[in-house]
Design a protein. Structure first.
Length: 377
């Protein structure tokens, strides 16, 4: 059989390893030496791949080359056991834009950054101890992201089964149901209320003065969900890069506005008795354990519900380029923690005891830049 028959090489059957072994290699020792490389990007791609098979001395090079560079990368495998030189070695190209460091970092940031960044200042106002606990939460997120690479877990279910067995699967199912219910309902209520207030302000010039009845609220939520539902049917998570961009712009705009109030000396916390309580003196009081702690805990859980989607994001990035995933985790962790800490501390110190549970409400609608960005957010 001709090994380099172009008609046979164009046959889709040659895309399988078995076909390559059977039709290309007539030596059993060579067949045992074949190594495979599977790239998940090509499984769902609608574009056909061109099989490329070449023999250099006693090196078999098997690769699948996409028709255009943007569709992917040329992946090759070299069968060991023969003398190699610089001219004979085939270098693996990892230049895909979808696997770039920037996109991987943005995808991980999109998991953590959301509505929660604007509610955490109220947590800092209630209990300063949670400022430190946020750091532990972000560290735990990094640990969870590194866990799949060590135990080969494919999801939280698999991880719970590996660590605790059946009892772990049971607890995971219960708490995942509670977390998703609370997180989704809280997000819908928070964003829906913000949209309601923006519409009210646009037509009446006032905000928070009028309440919609149940049928108008249902219509409002239906419209809002109709705008957001298409994001649920994305084939990958790259669409979230636009979401995290808007969140970052909103957070930065909020911080700049607060810093401007500091510069003018007109910040509400400047009033005696209205500032932020610094330190952990509240921990020794009964009010902390009976009231403040229980008010702050749901807000923290609400802010970090995005971590529930960490596994799918990790697996998608890892499949594209496993070399960059660890660096992307470290960078995104630093970005998210910096934004959370900056927004929480600056906003809480600016408004003090006058801080609203959603810090965006502390900025008047007449600040058109914040209102404009919040509308798109």
């Amino acid at each position: 059989m001709q090994r380099d028959n172009p008609k046979q090489l164009a046959d889709p059957a040659f895309l399988s390893l078995q076909a390559v072994q059977t039709n290309l290699l007539d030596n059993s020792e060579d067949r045992k030496a074949v190594r495979t490389y599977s790239d998940p990007r090509f499984h769902s791609s609608k574009q056909s791949l061109v099989p490329h098979v070449e023999r250099v001395n006693r090196q078999y090079v098997v690769g699948f080359i996409p028709p255009i560079p943007e569709a992917g990368v040329a992946l090759t495998n070299v069968i060991p056991g023969s003398p190699t030189s610089e001219n004979e070695q085939v270098q693996t190209v990892m230049q895909s834009s979808k696997g770039s460091q920037l996109v991987a970092t943005f995808m991980l940031c999109s998991v953590s950054l959301g509505v929660g960044v604007f509610v955490l200042p109220s947590v800092l106002l209630l209990v300063a101890i949670f400022a430190a606990m946020n750091a532990f939460a972000m560290t735990a997120a990094v640990s969870c992201a590194e866990e799949p690479s060590t135990c080969k877990a494919t999801g939280y279910e698999h991880l719970a089964s590996l660590s605790m067995g059946r009892i772990g699967e049971f607890f995971l199912a219960v708490f995942m149901m509670i977390a998703l219910l609370m997180g989704n309902c809280a997000h819908i209520q928070t964003v829906g209320q913000l949209l309601h207030d923006l519409i009210e302000w646009f037509y009446t010039g006032e905000s928070g003065e009028y309440e919609f009845n149940w049928d108008k609220t249902a219509i409002l939520y239906a419209v809002m969900l109709s705008l957001t539902t298409p994001w649920l049917f994305q084939r990958n998570l790259h669409g979230l890069s636009s979401v995290v961009t808007v969140v970052m712009i909103t957070a930065i705009s909020l911080v700049i506005t607060c810093l401007n109030k500091f510069a003018e000396g007109k910040y509400p916390a400047n009033v005696p008795g209205q500032g932020l309580t610094i330190g952990f003196s509240k921990v020794a009081t009964a009010h902390f354990w009976h009231t403040d702690l229980w008010k702050a805990a749901p807000t923290v859980a609400f802010a970090f519900t995005g971590i529930l989607e960490l596994f799918p994001v990790y697996l998608e990035i890892h499949q594209r380029n496993h070399i960059k995933i660890r660096t992307a985790i470290i960078i995104s962790n630093g970005i998210c923690f910096s934004i959370y800490a900056l927004v929480a501390s600056v906003v809480a110190c600016t408004f003090g005891q006058n801080l609203n549970p959603n810090s965006l409400y502390n900025i008047p609608p007449s600040n058109y830049w914040i209102t404009f960005v919040a509308f798109f957010w």
